[in-house]
Design a protein around this ligand. Sequence first.
Ligand code: ZN
Ligand code: ZN
Ligand code: FE
Length: 670
Amino acid sequence: MRTIRAAERQVVAPDLALCAPCEAELFDPANRRYRYPFITCADCGPRFTIIDAMPYARERTSMRAFLQCPACRRECDTPGDRRYHSQTNSCAICGPKLWLDPVDRGIRGGSRISGALQSAADLLLFGRVVALRGLGGFQVAVDATNDAAVSRLRTRQHRPAKPFTVVVRTLAETHGLATVSAAEAALLASRERPIVLLRKRSAVRLAPSVAPGIDQIGVMLAHTPLQHLLCELVQRPLVMTGGNLGDEPAAISNDDAKIRLAPIADAFLLHDREIVARCDDSVLRVVHGAPVFLRRGRAWAPLPLRLPIESSRPLLAMGPRRRNTFTLVNGADAYVSQHIGDLDNLATLHYWRVTLAVYQRLFHLEATVAVRDLHPGYMPTPLADDLGLEQAIAVQHHHAHIAAVLAEHGVTDRVVGVAFDGAGYGDDDNVWGAEFLIADLAGYQRAAQLRYAPMAGGDLAAREPWRAALGYATLDPAAPLIGKALTSVRPEVERVARQQITQQLDAPLTSSMGRLFDAAAAILGVCAVTSYDGQAALELEALAGNQTAQPLPFPMVRGSNGWILDPIPLLAALAERRDRGVDVAELAAAFHESVAAAADSLAARIAADAGLGIVALGGGCFQNARLLATLQARLEARGLRVLVPRQLSPNDGAVSYGQAAVAAAQIEWR
Ligand code: ZN
Ligand code: ZN
Ligand code: FE
C-alpha cells in the first residue's frame, strides 16, 4: 500500500456558479468583460471539471492553454483584487473562444463571440436545437415554450416522455413556472444552483411536452456566464438537457459531440476550453422543508463525506449497476463520485474507469480492498478484477442503502432499516426491494419483507408495469385485482408472461416496493408501459397530489422467517374501486397512505419487539416526496427517531457510500 501524506491530499473544489459581482460585470457595457462567456473570479467558475492534478494551479488545469494578457495578469497578481490568484482568469483577448458550428441544415454560423451567441439565440427562437458545451459536459437546448421544437428534440433524442429540465435566469421567472416555497427558492438561488423539482403551475407558459404526465418540473437557474447570456438573449425559459443519446454519458469533447449529437442538434455552440472531468448537474427536491438529493453531481462532487468509522485500509466501494457512483475511502474520508449512471453500456463503463482514475490522481488514493455487491456478476464488480486489489468484501444492496443513511448521520447503533427500493440481489437469491432490516453498519437481519411475487421477464418488469400486476394476480387467482393492467397488452405477450410464471422461467421472485408501485399504477390504468426509469411511480405520485385519503387494507402476516406484508388485499381493493368508478386520483392517494400506514405499523412493531428507538429510511422509493413525508411524520409521532437521506440520494447513488460504511465497520469491529 502506498503511504499518503496528509499534506498531499487537498480539498478539490467543486465547480462554482457565476458569482453576483461577475454577473454584474457580465452585463455592464462599460466593463472590459462585458458579455464575455468565460468570466470568472477567485470565487466562481469551473474547478473540478478542469483540474488535471493537484495542487490546484493554472498549469494543472485545462486553462493552461490560455496565456493571460497583461491586464489579466495584473489582476491575478494584485493582492485584494477579486481575481487575485484566480487560476481561471481570462478575458476576450486572452481566454477561450466561442463559436457556432451549424449542422448542414441550411444554417449559417457566426464566428465572433457576439455573433455566435446571437446566432445561437436566433436559432433557439426559430425552434432549432442547439448543442452547447457546458461546464461538465455538452447540453442540448431548445425553446421551452415551443411545443413543436420540444417534441422534435424528443423524437431526435428517442426520449418520448422523460421530463426535461428548464433553465431561466432569475428567481422571479421561476414563479411563473411553478409554485416555489421559501426553501425551494433558497435552494434554486444557492451557490450550488442545482436542478430543483418544483410543482408545475397549471396555466404555465411552457410547452406541454416539457414534462408530460407529471405535476413536477425540474428548474435550474443559469449558473454559467454562457447560460446567462443565452437566457438573456432569448428572454424565455430554455430546455437544457444532457448532450447524449439514450443512457450514454454526455459528450465532453467537441469532436465527440459533433459525431454523437449530429442527429440531434441543428448547431453547435463550441469553445476551446477542454473539460477534464465530466460532471452532470445535481438534482434535488424539497420534502418537509428539507432538500433531498435525487442526483449528486455538480457543485457537490468531489467533496468528501465523513464515515463514522475510520477505515485502517483504503477502500474502493464499487457501487451498484444502476445510478452508479463509486466511493474511495481513506481513513474517515469518503470520496463519493459524481453520478455516473447505469453501467449497461460500454460508454458508461468507460466513464466509470476514467472517473476512478481522476479520483485516484486527485486524491492520491490507492485502495487495497474492493467493496462490491453481493452478486459477483453484477457490474461494476467484474471491473475490480482488473484493479488487482488484495481483498474483496461483499455487501447486500439494501444493507448498503440503510448503512448509507446511518453513516451520514454518524449513527453506529442498531436500528430498524426500512429499504423501499427498485431491486437488489438478496441473500436468498431472490430480488429484494421492500425490506425491514434490523441492522447496524456491520450486519443485518431481515425482520420483514413484502410478499414475493414472480416478475415475468425479469428486468423487463421494471419497464412494463403490467408485468408486476400480473405477477401479483397469479399469487391469488381468486382475487380480482388485475383492473386495467392488461387492457393494452397483446394476448400472446400476456400468454408468454403467464407461461414464464408457471414454468418459473425468467420470472424471479421479487419483494420490490418499486414493482408494487408499478402494479398499482397498471391496475389503476395510469401506466402500463414506461419509457423512463420510475415513470409509473412518478405519475402515481403526481396523480395523488395533496389529496387526502384513508388507507386501504395492507395486512402484515407472520411468516416462518419474520413478518410479511401482503399486498393482495390492497391491490384487489384498488381494482375493485377503479371498476366501480371511484376517482383515480383518490385511489392513487389511498395507495400512498396504505403503504405509509403499513410500513409505519410494521416498523414500529419491529422496533418495539427488538427494543430499538431509531428507524432509518433508504432506497429509491423514498424519492417519492409524499411517501417519505407521510411515513416520517407517522413514525416521529410515535416518538421514534427517524433518519432520512440528506447528504446523498435515497436512491442507488448512495449505495457505494453505504458499501464503504459496511466494509469499514466489518474491518474495524472484527
Ligand atoms: Zn466571480
Ligand atoms: Zn486577458
Ligand atoms: Fe437500490
